[in-house]
Ligand binder design. Sequence first.
Ligand SMILES: [Zn+2]
Ligand SMILES: [Zn+2]
Length: 295
Amino acid sequence: MSDSASRPARPPRAESREAVELHAIRGRHPELATAVDLHLELLELQRRIQVRVPLPTLDLSEATLKRHQSDASPLLRFEDIPLDLTDLRLMVRQTADVLRRFGALDESDHAKAQAAGRDMNLTALASQWYRSAAERQVAATAGAASTSANAAADGDMLQQVLALSMRPFLSRCAEVLQQRAELAMWTHPHCALCAGEPDFSVITPAAERHLICSRCALRWKFEPLTCPYCRNSNRARITSFATTDGQYRVYACDVCRRYLKAYDGRRATRPVMPMVDTVATLPLDAAAIQRGYSS
Ligand SMILES: [Zn+2]
Ligand SMILES: [Zn+2]
């Protein structure tokens, strides 16, 4: 008898904290089961790639941060992302498969994403997607009409697949900046690293609000009652409401009609987990949309 046959079976790999929390949500809210399962699969795909991504070397000197703060431009250049083309192509194809399986992509969008995932020029597409956020910020600052709406109509689903596929690479870059004290100098409503828009936030125990980037998950401090989308700071025109357990909160802007969700860390037993909290707050999205706001 071989040695390995008598050895006890290897225990299953430990679940990430996010996966444990997602399972708990499914237990408490069976109506969110499909969303939970979709996010468990996306989480697993991202984890598998993310462990292979090396930490980038970034120039984050105080002088560099000061310069970027003053011209509101993101710190990370596309060419500095530790991007592996083989991994990115795999990520795009597998992400498209998962979204298709859960009915979040129709057949023709799935085919388009699969083709993009096989394309040796995928880097060019990713670069275009990456730079579009900074371009939007420049246009918004200049007060120019946004041209992204037209471009988004056709490529919208592909943009979403790309965003999910770039996440393991961008999150690694965000880890480097997140640890730097100089990040506190950043006062803009878009991401200091990648220029992405926030799509979630967290209220700290000190009652500060930190925005969370929709693309790289970087967190940075921002005024608690200013709309990050249109900078309206008139409190009378910000509507705020919370879940009955007080765990989550919505800040809705009555000027631009957009809203931002927050995890209230003042009464929390765990840190904010964007992937988990996005699923847990799906009922809150429905409530905000019903009141006439959009994300
Ligand atoms: Zn970012
Ligand atoms: Zn607004």
